[in-house]
Design a protein around this ligand. Structure first.
Ligand SMILES: [Zn+2]
Length: 291
């Protein structure tokens, strides 16, 4: 479970979303057995997915973040919904590359050059898709750029994952600050200067006793008001039904091939450790449905 909080400045022009995602990233690390650099990359992306997911209007709305790069990590997928669930995976969880000269995990180097794309399914006919090239591959900067370019909303994003010696997440979290339309230049300038003085998300969360304390520190000088506080979960919604539908969508030819060569199928969910096994008879039933 992650702790999420939303706050707003007194004049209503500055909105903050803040999350302590330590538990979410710890579960993701366990599920995918990621190395520290892969945990940091996946953890930052999951944290951002949760921040964006909690700002969706309806519980049925969903969004999926795709990061694709030419580095050894390959890519990251993270999905969140308006009902406080997030899940994700990386293409190559065992990626191991040297740390940067400053001792930090080299997430940008693991991801490489590529793009960030976000698909939002808001219950309309087609999902809304926005895409930008990666700026640094360090993820927070890439999302800041995404918001400036794709949504024309001035946004500051901070994401962080501290990996413990036992490979779990020691601290993980992030925040997003957004300027609403109509904000005067003076406030915008004051906020920009203030943001530059803020410590990282993980430092803030480590040094503050509560999430509320951290939020008030982030919006210090802007008379913050708490909007709401709630829990966010790493939860996978995979099911046998979804697996069946995925197999049917392969088409008759492919299904016949599986029945004739393997005679069974074993599928592991990409987001969680669940394994689905189908015997020949079950596969033949699916083949009937595919007709
Ligand atoms: Zn699953």
């Amino acid at each position: 479970m992650g702790d999420m909080l939303r706050a707003i400045s007194e004049d209503g022009f500055i909105r903050l979303t803040l999350i302590d995602s330590t538990d979410i990233v710890t579960i993701a690390q366990k599920y995918h057995n990621t190395t520290p650099v892969a945990t940091a990359a996946l953890g930052r992306t999951l944290t951002m997915a949760a921040i964006m997911g909690c700002n969706l209007k309806s519980p049925d709305d969903r969004l999926t973040i795709y990061i694709k790069g030419d580095g050894p990590l390959g890519g990251i997928v993270a999905a969140a919904d308006g009902a406080c669930n997030v899940k994700g995976y990386v293409y190559n969880p065992l990626t191991d590359i040297p740390k940067k000269a400053n001792g930090k995990l080299d997430v940008g180097g693991a991801i490489g050059k590529g793009y960030l794309s976000i698909s939002r399914d808001l219950g309309l006919k087609d999902p809304y898709v926005g895409q930008v090239p990666l700026i640094t591959g360090e993820i927070a900067e890439d999302f800041t750029y995404y918001y400036a370019k794709s949504e024309q909303t001035p946004t500051a994003v901070s994401l962080g994952v501290l990996v413990d010696t036992d490979l779990s997440a020691k601290k993980a979290g992030g925040f997003m600050i957004q300027l609403m339309p109509g904000c005067d230049d003076e406030t915008a300038e004051k906020l920009e200067k203030h943001i530059a003085t803020l410590p990282s998300a993980t430092e803030l969360l480590s040094e503050c006793e509560t999430l509320k304390d951290a939020a008030f520190k982030i919006l210090d000088g802007f008379s913050p008001k708490l909007l709401d506080e709630f829990a966010y979960f790493y939860r996978c919604d995979c099911s046998r039904d979804k697996i069946d539908r995925a197999l049917i969508s392969l088409g008759r030819k492919e299904l016949e091939d599986i029945i004739n060569t393997e005679g069974k199928a074993e599928l592991t969910c990409q987001f969680c450790p669940k394994v689905y096994r189908l015997n020949k008879e079950e596969l033949q039933n699916l083949l009937e449905s595919a007709k």
